[in-house]
Design a protein around this ligand. Structure first.
Ligand code: FPP
Length: 250
């Protein structure tokens, strides 16, 4: 959700006004994601680095989040959306946590779009904590070091709540920046990237649709090669002896 501050400053408004407009964008973008059949949408709303912002800005952000959750929870329930959170949630104000977990609880039996807010989120922090927890499990004898696979590693990440959906297909970055900014580094290993100069407060349902349409034209090879017959990407599985046989289509 990048570019709120710049959007406001370019128009001569205080930065917080960009957050107000940015929050009002969330509703329609979430609805459009559901309509497009997107299974999981993660909004990077607040990074571990964002804690360094001035206190006044932080208090506006948390107030906006609470207001959004209180106002939109009925609509999210009608749209069959499930809500999740990833990040160091224990750092959030208890009042914010209360509203957040009430909304998560209310929507927990829904089966539609998995909407995840990344709050106080940092991917390096997530990976470090995962390594720590795995090491602790080894020390206590629940695990042994040799059994660590990529799949098992994924289970130690905050995104494990999303299961298979934790694999990111598309990252949309607003505001013209072309960085990943500590976002889902593990999960986005094979993601496609879409960059737009629009700041988040100007990003609407049509822009999401355009990004998804462009994504659908991308050829994803996952390190494999292209099939001349079908133009679908081929994935060649190695047999462990340097040979590739066993062919799948992605
Ligand atoms: C990025 O803009 C946006 C944020 C750091 C905060 C976004 C969070 C909210 C608006 C709170 C409500 C959240 C939800 C999910 C309803 P920026 O300030 O970094 O913009 P800049 O790069 O132009 O300064």
């Amino acid at each position: 959700m990048d570019g709120n501050g710049r959007w406001a400053q370019r128009r001569g408004y205080p930065r917080y006004f960009g957050h107000v407009r940015g929050t009002s964008r969330v509703k329609n973008v979430v609805r459009e994601a559901s309509r497009l059949g997107v299974k999981a949408l993660t909004l990077y709303a607040f990074s571990t680095e964002n804690w360094s912002r001035p206190d006044e800005e932080l208090s506006v952000l948390w107030r906006l989040l609470k207001k959004y959750l209180i106002r939109e929870v009925d609509e999210l329930a009608r749209e069959n959306v499930r809500l999740n959170v990833i990040g160091e949630v224990e750092r959030l104000d208890p009042e914010v946590r209360k509203v957040l977990f009430a909304a998560i609880d209310r929507l927990k039996n829904n089966t539609g779009l998995e909407l995840t807010f990344a709050l106080s989120y940092g991917s390096r922090r997530e990976l470090t904590l995962a390594a720590q927890r795995f090491a602790e499990d080894c020390v206590s004898g629940i695990r042994h070091s040799g059994e660590l696979t990529e799949r098992l590693m994924s289970q130690y990440l905050w995104t494990s709540i999303l299961g298979e959906l934790s694999e990111v297909d598309l990252v949309i970055r607003t505001s013209g920046e072309k960085r990943i900014s500590n976002f889902l580094l593990w999960q986005a290993a094979y993601a496609e990237f879409y960059f737009t100069d629009l700041c988040w407060p100007d990003f609407g349902p049509d822009d999401l649709k355009q990004a998804v349409e462009e994504y659908s034209t991308r050829e994803r090879r996952f390190g494999g090669v292209r099939s001349p017959a079908t133009s679908l990407p081929l994935i060649l599985k190695a047999d462990g002896h340097g040979n590739t046989n066993d062919v799948d289509r992605a």
